[in-house]
Design a binder for this molecule. Structure first.
Ligand code: GDP
Ligand code: MN
Length: 397
C-alpha cells in the first residue's frame, strides 16, 4: 500500500527521523491558517506548497511551489488544489489533487551550502536482505543517475542478525562526503530511518531528496513510503491511511467483494480459483499469444453469485476481448461450478459481449463440460489445459 508524502513523513517523524515539517490542507484558506501556525512553530517565513498524489516527479509537473508570503500561499494552494497534475510518473490524464502539504522552507541560506542526497531502503530480493541505497546525486531522477553515473550510487546491505551497524551508518555519511556536525546528523538520520523501515513493516522507503541544510541538519524533504499489505493487520493505524481515491477503482470494488483482483494491461480476462493456478493460467494465455487483462483469484467458493460478481469486475475493463475461466474442482465439484457459470451467464447475458472459454478440471469435470455444452450459451467448454489455450488462441483471431 502506497502512502502520501505527508503520511510517510508522519511515520518517519514518529521514529525521530528529521523531516521538513508541514501540515496538510484541502482548501486554500486552510493552507493559509496552517502556514501561520507553521511560522509560529518553526520560524519559517517562506513555505513550500506540495501536491499530495501517489506519484513522483511532482516538482517537474508544477505540483511543488515556493510561496514567499501568505498571499502566495493562498494563490498557489488555490491553483494546485483541484488541478490535474501530470508528471513523468502519471498517465497522460494526470491525477486530481485533493490536498496539499504546506511545509516549512528548508532551503534557507546560511553558514554552508545546502546539498541534496538520494536514499532508499528496500529488500534486495537476490540476497534476501534489506539494503540502503544512497547517492550524492539527490533531487534528480535516480534511474538517470544509475544509467549515466552508476559509480555515484552506493549500497549498504544489512545483516539481519546485527541490524544496521554503527560502522555502516558512518560509512554512509562518509561516502556522502559529510564531516563535522552534518556527519553526526547523517549517522543519526540513517540509523533512525532503518529502524523506522523495519518497525513500520514497510517494503520501500525512498527519500529523494534527503537535505543537508545550510546549518548542517539532515532532513527528509520528500518521502515515498510503501507498506507491506500483508502486515497491515498488525498496523491498524497505518491501514487507516489508505486513500482509495488514489487506487484503481476496479481493484477497490473487487477488494470490497473479497475478490483478489489485480488489473493488468492485456486483453484476456481470467477467472481462476487459487493464486498458483492463476499464475499458471496467465502463463498459458501468454503462450497462446494473448495477454492477461487481470489476475483474479475467486477463492474457494465458486458459486453462481461469486462467478457473476467476478464476471462483472472483469467486464469493467474495456480491453477484455475474451474471458478464460479456469477452475479446479476439488472440494467444490465441477458440475456445481458449471451450473453456477450457466446461471451467472443467463443473469447477465445482455452485458457479456466477449467469448468465454471455461476449463473445469477435477471432480465431475466431464459432467461439467456436458452441462456447459448443453446450456446452448456462447460458452466454450474445455477440459485439458492445452485445449483451453487453443480455444483462446482461435477466439482471439
Ligand atoms: P517530487 O518532485 O515529487 O519528487 O517532490 P519533492 O518533494 O522531491 O520536491 C521537488 C523539489 O522541490 C525538490 O527536489 C526541491 O528542489 C524542491 N523543494 C522541496 N522543498 C523545498 C523547500 O523547502 N524550499 C525550496 N526552495 N525548494 C524545495
Ligand atoms: Mn522527490
Amino acid at each position: 500500500m502506497n502512502l502520501h508524502e505527508f503520511q510517510g513523513k508522519e511515520i518517519l517523524a514518529s521514529f525521530g527521523v528529521g523531516i521538513q515539517r508541514g501540515k496538510v490542507a484541502s482548501t486554500a484558506d486552510e493552507a493559509v491558517s496552517l502556514a501561520k501556525v507553521l511560522t509560529e512553530e518553526t520560524g519559517t517565513g517562506w513555505h513550500v506548497i506540495k501536491a499530495q498524489v501517489h506519484a513522483g516527479g511532482r516538482g517537474k509537473g508544477g505540483g511543488v511551489k515556493l510561496a514567499k508570503s501568505l498571499d502566495e500561499v493562498k494563490s498557489i494552494a488555490d491553483q494546485i488544489i483541484g488541478m490535474n497534475l501530470v508528471t513523468p510518473q502519471t498517465s497522460a490524464e494526470g491525477k486530481m489533487v485533493h490536498q496539499v502539504l504546506v511545509a516549512e522552507d528548508v532551503y534557507y541560506p546560511g553558514e554552508s551550502e545546502t546539498s541534496e542526497f538520494y536514499m532508499s531502503v528496500l529488500l534486495n530480493r537476490s540476497t534476501g536482505r534489506n539494503m540502503i541505497m544512497y547517492s550524492t546525486e539527490g533531487g534528480m531522477d535516480i534511474e538517470e543517475v544509475a544509467e549515466k553515473t552508476p559509480h555515484l550510487i552506493f549500497t549498504e546491505e544489512v545483516d539481519p542478525s546485527t541490524g544496521l551497524t554503527g560502522f555502516q551508518a558512518r560509512n554512509i555519511a562518509f561516502n556522502l562526503g559529510l564531516s563535522g556536525k552534518a556527519f553526526k546528523e547523517m549517522v543519526g538520520f540513517v540509523t533512525k530511518l532503518y529502524k523506522a523501515y523495519v518497525e513500520s513493516d514497510s517494503s520501500l522507503f525512498e527519500i529523494n531528496p534527503v537535505l543537508k541544510t545550510s546549518d548542517d541538519k539532515i532532513l527528509a524533504v520528500d518521502a515515498k513510503v510503501t507498506l507491506d499489505d500483508n502486515a497491515l493487520f498488525r498496523r491498524k493505524a497505518y491501514a487507516e491511511m489508505r486513500d482509495e481515491r488514489e487506487e484503481n477503482p476496479i481493484e477497490v470494488e473487487a477488494k470490497a467483494l473479497g475478490l483478489n483482483y489485480v488489473d493488468l494491461d492485456g486483453n484476456v480476462g481470467c477467472m481462476v480459483n487459487g493464486a498458483g493456478l492463476a499464475m499458471a493460467t496467465m502463463d498459458l494465455i501468454k503462450m497462446a499469444g494473448g495477454d492477461p487483462a487481470n489476475f483474479l483469484d475467486v477463492g474457494g467458493t465458486a458459486n453462481a453469485k461469486r462467478v457473476e460478481e467476478a464476471f462483472r469486475i472483469i467486464l469493467k475493463d474495456p480491453n477484455v476481448k475474451a474471458i478464460l475461466v479456469n477452475i479446479f474442482g476439488g472440494i467444490v465439484r465441477c458440475d456445481r461450478v458449471a451450473n453456477g457459470i450457466v446461471e451467472a451467464y443467463k443473469n447477465m447475458a445482455d452485458q457479456i459481449n466477449v467469448p468465454i472459454i471455461v476449463r473445469l478440471q477435477g471432480t465431475n469435470s466431464e459432467l461439467a463440460k456436458q452441462i456447459i455444452e448443453e446450456s446452448g450459451l456462447e460458452v466454450h467448454a474445455a477440459v485439458e489445459f492445452q485445449e483451453a489455450a487453443d480455444k483462446v488462441k482461435a477466439l482471439l483471431r
